[in-house]
Design a protein around this ligand. Sequence first.
Ligand code: PPS
Length: 346
Amino acid sequence: MATRIEAVEGGTEAEDILLKDFTYDDRPGYVRIYPQGNAAKFSGKGYLMPIRYGEFAPSFREMEVRSDDVWVASYPKSGTTWSQEMVWCISNDLDFDRAKSVMLRLRFPFVENSCMSKFHGKPGEENTPSYKYGFNSVKYISDLPSPRFIKTHISWDLLPEQVKSKKPKIVCVARNPKDTCVSYFHHCSLLEGFRGSLSDFVTLFLEDTVAFSPYWDNLLSYWEHKDDSNVLFLTYEEMKKDLPSVVGKVCKFLDKKMPSDEDLKALCNHLSFDSMKANDAVNYECLVEKKRSSTDQHFMRKGKVNAWKEEMSPEDVKRFDDWIEKNLNKLDSETKVFFQNWFIDD
Ligand code: PPS
């Protein structure tokens, strides 16, 4: 059966918040997507996406996938940009000069970019890479020479059909849901026109009513493939704890030599939060500067584990804890233990 796409009509508390506080001219609505007609296995819901997804879905599903593509896949705000920069630098023999001079979004494009909201390019710039990427991110990627580097937030079940046969390398990165949610709230408020409070956003997140949700289905769709030979599963928290050892895993996975001690130090320095925050090729300042309302708003915001403790109300923490417990109890015991240890508060 073909993928079914249904408009979000409102009627639940979360959908009403979504339609009231998270729509605007360039993103007038949302859809739920049912891969092959089916709801996502874990939540029993469809995946939520901005309405423009419907326009891009056919070309995305049928997109040519190449066996030498390298993908970074994640639920939003899980450490995607950090992982992309790590994967790109390792794959490109630590070419820091190019990494700093070419925007990450052009060397490691986000395949669903054109689904997120209507693009307004400047007339006369139609032939620039930025315009082509903004106008149609799927076509931009299809026209790139190999090896390509591709970012996605979509769940495994919605990836292009050819992923199954071509088996590109896929690095998945995931982050504990409370930090993910708080980071996503700030991202949506700053860059995507969300007008509600953090508590409203928690409602959207827990009710699987923000783009790329349900969180659990998205995460578990990649977790199920973590032992496939073309998949590497990482967490934000392990990158924070021991970046050099994650670099080692990524080098092995990408069939690259482990850098010398000196090069490893240079790479970890390039990937540090402070370096990335100051690096205009990865910090999205060019987008943020058009949108910010105060000087302390940045894409590279806190870069910490458990920063949710500084912002979430006790009521929202309780709602989250109940939701985590309910969902952990639906998992097999091995997965549950792994997730409990990973999400644990220190
Ligand atoms: S996106 O928009 O979905 O691609 O965002 P994503 O890159 O997945 O997540 C952004 C969060 O990752 C933090 N970040 C880092 N943390 C530590 N070290 C480095 N180098 C780093 N680079 C990005 C970024 O600050 C966002 O997290 P928060 O919690 O908002 O600070």
